[in-house]
Design a protein around this ligand. Structure first.
Ligand code: ZN
Length: 152
């Protein structure tokens, strides 16, 4: 039986090779771009955000390493049908997971499949690959037009 780490590894490889929600989203009303110059990852995130703050759809384009692509793929899957507040809470929980920091009390959100990326804590240079999509999400939600860089 494969151990959990192998299973997680397989899921990252799968999402890295066959990203979900990859492509343009013509009906999107929020966009943001993100770059990770250290690794060469770049992505454009498209969101369809309803007036009441619900994320109806999320897709992304771009190119990057397996970790950044898998992270964007898993993130867009996790975002659909979430409110803005839930998305922010997920970001906080995910960020805490990959940086190895603790989440504040009361803000622990079940990460579901996103937990597969927890292994990057052991590889500090890959943490930015994993968080790139999430920083780009923040920019999209806050309506920032300047591209996000992990090195700012
Ligand atoms: Zn990368």
């Amino acid at each position: 039986m494969p151990d959990l780490r192998e299973l997680y590894q397989e899921m990252i490889v799968d999402h890295g090779r066959h990203p979900r929600n990859f492509g343009p989203l013509p009906e999107a009303n929020r966009h943001a771009e993100g770059f990770n110059p250290l690794c060469g990852d770049q992505l454009a995130l498209h969101l369809k955000l309803r007036d009441d703050g619900l994320i109806e759809d999320a897709r992304f384009e771009g190119s990057g390493c397996a970790i950044s692509t898998a992270s964007a793929s898993l993130m867009t899957e996790a975002l659909k049908g979430r409110s803005r507040e839930e998305a922010e809470a997920l970001f906080a929980a995910f960020h805490a997971l990959v940086t190895g920091e603790s989440v504040g009390p009361g803000s622990a959100v079940p990460l579901g499949k996103l937990a597969v990326l927890g292994g990057v804590t052991q590889f500090p240079t890959r943490v930015k690959c994993a968080t790139l999509a999430w920083h780009t999400l923040q920019a999209a939600l806050h309506g920032e037009t300047r591209p996000v860089s992990t090195e700012d």
